[in-house]
Design a protein. Structure first.
Ligand code: SAH
Length: 510
């Protein structure tokens, strides 16, 4: 790379889609990962901010249409200024940047300033919103035309540029964005201009997210229905016969955990697997990582290095968490460039998560207990090996692992070394704003996957109201929860993430 291209900034105008993390484009995700400066607004799902690299400058550009944190002119200036400093600036916008997103204006401004940019389209809420409410915007049995318009303009305003007569007469589906505030005025105007009062209408709020809500009526009734339900923006409004399809194909809202807000307290790097499983079941997932995995420091780190270096001396290597596996192999492959340096040790894992992590490093597991807790692992080792006397074993563990495994193995005569592979520290960052959201809106179910997630959750000063249910991954976590005077509503039968997800389903009555 030449010196010049290294210091040349660029602005990516990126459509963040309507909110479901799966609906961000691959290019959009790349642009977030590359960003030095990330400018985002109210409608771009804040979950995406966690993809940014450490040290990225985050700038919140606006709340709602009526309440800009930074006025549009200021945003344009900011984009130009940052790019001219040589920064990679990613401007995230809800949906598609060019569909009522002012992306066109920002692009013009960048051209005028002679600043390089790229447009990254996104999935517009105008299409995805209806889709997630079971409404296809076109359908051969119903229509072959689609009109997308804004409800932001006041139809009673004389200088209104909207031609409601034409919209009313247009055949096919009509999708209105920014229309909740003026719904009654717009419906009246369309009806005045000859629209069919019986035409079905649906509104979808926070479409594609876990907290999606939808409501239905006709052109004549919808304004009253929305008012009565106190149904608020942001919502997409769909008008047309296609709304009838919803009865049959309302796939998203029929998922078993739809409407349930579930808190995941695992570390930021580990949460995504569990969150995905819950989201696939329709839950509104709130990731509140309470802990972070860090490297041991000082003497502990030196000690860990020595033990990893000597790992070939052991007859058994015991792993009790995926974090331990990662930390071990990270260091192992820094020390050795030949996988055979691990020697002939056999491998024990506490449960399927640890086993799967080992498999990622192409290491097979020789021994795993049926129940995935340390006591059972020790029993299984005893059962399968028999005489442990003088057996050389290395246990790769976290700093705060319970001593029960070592006590049981040492009692049986094993020569056990313990490698502290990682430490657990409280997570204090809240880039997604989820801690705030939990404080304000609460949740239906909070899940805990270890004793430290419980402690650190409470250390954040977060109360768990009585109506919120608590799900625990297993007996050890349950104990930690109960020690904190909280009641466990369900404990996973199988102490694994899929086991915990099953327990959540049960709590939700599914
Ligand atoms: N560029 C955006 C639209 C911005 S205008 C897009 O392509 O989706 C803002 C309006 O978009 C809101 O008033 C609402 O009507 C709609 N909108 C955006 N995201 C939405 C979502 N997740 N759910 C419902 N409506 C949404």
């Amino acid at each position: 790379m030449s010196k010049k291209t290294k210091t040349t900034g660029i602005c990516y105008l990126v459509g963040a889609g309507p909110g479901d993390p799966g609906l961000m484009t691959l290019r959009g995700k790349e642009c977030i990962e590359m960003a030095d400066v990330l400018i985002y607004d109210y409608l771009a799902n804040h979950e995406f901010l966690k993809w940014a690299k450490e040290g990225t400058e985050m700038i919140y550009a606006g709340k709602k249409a009526s309440d800009h944190a930074i006025p549009q002119g200021g945003i344009n200036e900011l984009l130009v200024e940052k790019v001219k400093e040589g920064k990679i600036v990613t401007r995230l916008k809800g949906g598609d940047p060019l569909v009522f997103g002012r992306g066109g204006e920002e692009a013009e401004e960048l051209v005028d300033a002679g600043v390089p940019f790229e447009l990254v389209p996104g999935i517009s809420s105008a299409i995805a919103g209806p889709a997630y409410a079971g409404i296809p915007v076109t359908h051969r049995d119903h229509c072959s035309q689609l009109t997308i318009f804004t409800g932001h303009e006041d139809p009673t305003k004389e200088e209104s540029s909207m031609d409601y007569a034409q919209i009313a007469k247009a055949p096919g589906t009509k999708v209105m964005l920014m229309g909740v505030g003026r719904l009654r005025l717009v419906m009246d105007e369309l009806l005045k201009n000859g629209a069919d009062p019986k035409m079905p209408v649906a509104l979808v709020r926070w479409a594609t997210r876990g907290n999606q809500e939808s409501i239905e009526g006709t052109m004549k009734t919808i304004a009253d229905i929305v008012e009565k339900a106190d149904f608020k923006s942001p919502a997409v409004c769909v008008i047309g016969d296609v709304v009838k399809c919803r009865k049959k194909i309302n796939w998203f809202e029929n998922r078993p955990l739809f409407g349930k807000r579930v808190v995941v307290t695992r570390t930021r790097t580990q949460a995504s697997g569990m969150s995905k499983q819950l989201r696939d079941l329709g839950a509104d997932v709130l990731e509140i990582p309470t802990i972070r995995i860090a490297k041991p420091e000082g003497d502990e780190l030196i000690e860990f290095g020595k033990l990893v270096q000597d790992c070939h001396k052991y007859e058994w290597l015991i792993f009790t968490s995926p974090n331990g596996v990662d930390a071990f192999f990270d260091l192992f492959y820094k020390l050795y460039d030949d996988a055979r340096s691990i020697g002939g040790a056999r491998i024990a894992a506490v449960g399927p998560g640890t086993k799967a992590k080992l498999a990622e490093y192409r290491v097979a597991t020789d021994l795993m207990p049926e129940k995935h807790v340390a006591e059972e692992l020790a029993k299984e080792i005893k059962k399968q090996i028999g005489d442990l006397n003088s057996l050389q074993m290395l246990w790769v563990r976290g700093e705060d692992a319970r001593p029960v495994l070592s006590e049981m193995l040492v009692k049986e005569g094993a020569i056990l070394d313990e490698a502290i592979a990682y430490v657990t520290v409280p997570e204090t960052d809240d880039p997604t704003g989820n801690v705030k959201r939990f404080r304000e809106e609460g949740a239906d179910i909070v899940t805990f996957t270890s004793g430290s997630t419980v402690e650190c959750f409470l250390d954040l000063g977060l109360d768990i109201p009585e109506i919120t249910k608590i799900a625990s991954i297993g007996p050890v976590t349950t104990e930690a929860i109960e020690e904190n005077q909280l009641i466990v509503d369900i404990e996973a039968e199988d102490s694994t993430i899929p086991g915990l997800v099953k327990a959540v389903l049960k709590l939700a009555g599914k």
